[in-house]
Design a protein around this ligand. Structure first.
Ligand SMILES: Nc1ncnc2c1ncn2[C@@H]1O[C@H](COP(=O)(O)OP(=O)(O)OP(=O)(O)O)[C@@H](O)[C@H]1O
Ligand SMILES: Nc1nc2c(c(=O)[nH]1)N=C(CO)CN2
Length: 173
């Protein structure tokens, strides 16, 4: 059984519908979905706010590359257009593979630029860590420690204060 935490984000089009379609497309693989957060753009400030969420998924037969393929399939289905000039620019849907655990529950690590695990910027992103805490309060980000500690670190805590829970939006069906 391979499990993965995926981070979802959208700041173009119908943001809520984009996130919901991604969750629905994963169907039975989804174990639990976080709440939704309204978040200021990180890394490239001149763009609309995002809606962000996280989910935990499991797939008996999936390897790490399968989770990345799933992420890309969902982004393509949302009509995501990549702008090479804006690394952290706006998008209908972003699906990042934050961490993967193998059949034995051991974290998978990879330095491959095509799939770096855990995600190399996850520990710096309140918009990833806060939704993740919703669904796994005792989560550890492999190589970085407790998510509950990471979210209080100086480089994240400021951004954390700017997240707004969107209690009016629910992605779980
Ligand atoms: N853990 C990962 N999850 C998703 N993509 C990854 C990961 N590690 C490496 N990549 C690679 O990163 C490339 C760029 O992905 P993408 O365009 O979604 O980046 P981004 O969302 O703009 O930035 P970031 O990766 O910082 O969120 C992808 O083609 C993918 O192969
Ligand atoms: N708030 C927020 N900012 C971002 C996001 C995101 O999902 N949420 N995704 C990005 C792509 O790497 C860049 N910046």
């Amino acid at each position: 059984m391979s499990t993965a935490v995926l981070a979802l984000g959208s700041n173009l089009g119908d943001r809520e519908a984009n996130l919901r379609a991604a969750v629905e497309a994963m169907q039975d693989l989804v174990l639990v979905v976080s709440g939704v957060y309204e978040t200021p753009p990180w890394g490239d400030p001149d763009q609309p706010h995002y809606l962000n969420a996280a989910l935990l998924a499991a797939d008996a037969g999936a390897g790490p590359a399968d989770w990345l393929a799933t992420a890309h399939r969902l982004e393509d289905a949302a009509g995501r257009v990549r702008d090479p000039a804006r690394r952290f620019g706006p998008r209908t849907l972003d699906v990042d593979v934050i961490a993967v655990w193998d059949d034995d529950g051991a974290p998978v690590t990879s330095g491959d630029p095509e799939l770096t695990l855990p995600h190399p910027r996850a520990h710096l992103r309140a918009f990833v860590l806060r939704p993740w805490l919703d669904i796994q309060p005792y989560a550890q980000l492999p190589g970085h420690g407790w998510v509950n500690d990471l979210i209080r670190a100086d480089e994240v805590a400021g951004d954390l204060a700017d997240l707004r829970p969107r209690v009016d939006v629910h992605l779980d069906t």
